[in-house]
Design a binder for this molecule. Structure first.
Ligand SMILES: Nc1ncnc2c1ncn2[C@@H]1O[C@H](COP(=O)(O)OP(=O)(O)OP(=O)(O)O)[C@@H](O)[C@H]1O
Length: 329
């Protein structure tokens, strides 16, 4: 668990780089800090592992004030991933991943097993990659090693600063997808800094949107989209609004507005679960000749791209007409 209480950071007298930030992240949650350049995201993150000392306020990690622990002890319980992966160039992949377990004095067999397990999970077959050096790997592979190293000692907290920022868009999307499905993260408290809006919506259980050192809004992605706290929040998402809405809404959200074609006897060959995002569903309908089915557990609906778009439009009109989007949450 991570908790910030009225945290400020002044690098100079006049203006705080971070101003009155309070937030809480629970185990199993991923908070994405999103915002404009220079808004204080990285400073906020670096205060949590004491790479930057807060000027005012309290920070607690797993219930303990960070100021009451030595930076070394604190950092042993915190995995940290950077954009430039920070791998040691003269260490092999296996040696890089084993850095923290070695510091903690684990025995050799346990370290070897742990390194192999992580490499398998991150799609780096140990037989092929254990003895390679970082320079022999692609950017995406290096970033996976960086992630494996951060996870090696199974820390309860993971901090990531633009972890996919140095990758090309295609590699970035695939590494991100792997990251999302990694079982190692299920019970961890994760904070990710990014300025990539799509990434924030894909990875964040909640998003904290920062501007001018302040947290402008913190909440579920749908809350920021459909219940913005101020004009800055609305403007920040304006350019990508439609794709974000489609990625945030699920078929279950718009179910009341799908055409009444419930027919359990006529499954289409393509069946999607109700938890599918409207974005993914639309993609499926585009690639499928004819209709697809949606399995809502108790009933099955059939739809095509036209009925899907109509349902989304009616949903949005209804949410707006009622002055809130409470049905979303
Ligand atoms: N060590 C430092 N000394 C002085 N000023 C600093 C230092 N680190 C950051 N700042 C300033 O604090 C402000 C917030 O910087 P920070 O790096 O936290 O922003 P950010 O939101 O992470 O930006 P970016 O997305 O560009 O990395 C900026 O004005 C920056 O210039």
């Amino acid at each position: 668990m991570i908790k910030l209480e009225h945290v400020y950071k002044y690098f100079s007298q006049n203006r705080p780089a971070v101003s009155d930030v309070s937030l809480e992240v629970q185990p199993g949650e991923t908070l994405v800090l999103l915002g404009t350049s220079g808004s204080g995201k990285t400073t906020t993150l670096r205060m949590i592992n004491r790479l930057v000392e807060p000027s005012e306020g309290n920070i607690l990690v797993n219930g303990k004030r960070i100021q009451d622990q030595s930076p070394e002890d604190l950092r042993r319980g915190i995995g940290y991933v950077l954009q430039e992966n920070g791998l040691f160039p003269h260490y092999t992949v296996a040696e890089n991943i084993a850095v923290v377990p070695n510091l903690l004095g684990w025995d050799k067999t346990r370290i070897t097993e742990r390194v192999d397990v992580l490499m398998e999970k991150l799609h780096l077959p140990p037989a092929e990659y254990r003895q390679k050096y970082p320079r022999q790997l692609s950017g995406g592979q290096q970033q996976r090693v960086g992630l494996a190293r951060a996870l090696a000692a199974d820390p309860p907290v993971l901090l990531m600063d633009e972890p996919f920022g140095a990758l090309d868009p295609v590699t970035r999307a695939s590494v991100r997808k792997e990251f999302r499905t990694l079982d190692e993260l299920a019970h961890k408290t994760v904070i990710i800094v990014t300025h990539d809006v799509q990434e924030a919506f894909e990875l964040g259980t909640r998003i904290g949107l920062m501007d001018d050192g302040k947290l402008q809004q913190i909440g579920a992605p749908a809350e920021l989209l459909f219940r913005p706290a101020n004009d800055f929040v609305t403007a920040f998402f304006r350019d990508q609004r439609l794709s974000l809405e489609l990625k945030t809404l699920t078929l279950a959200d718009i179910k009341p507005y799908l055409p009444p074609t419930a027919d359990t006897d006529h499954y289409q060959p393509h069946v999607l679960p109700g938890s599918t995002s409207c974005w993914d569903a639309l993609e499926e309908t585009m690639h499928t000749e004819g209709a697809i089915s949606v399995d809502f557990r108790t009933e099955v609906f059939t739809m095509d791209s036209r009925s899907l778009m109509t349902a989304i439009t009616v949903y949005k009109q209804t949410a707006l007409a009622h002055g809130s989007a409470t049905k979303l949450f």
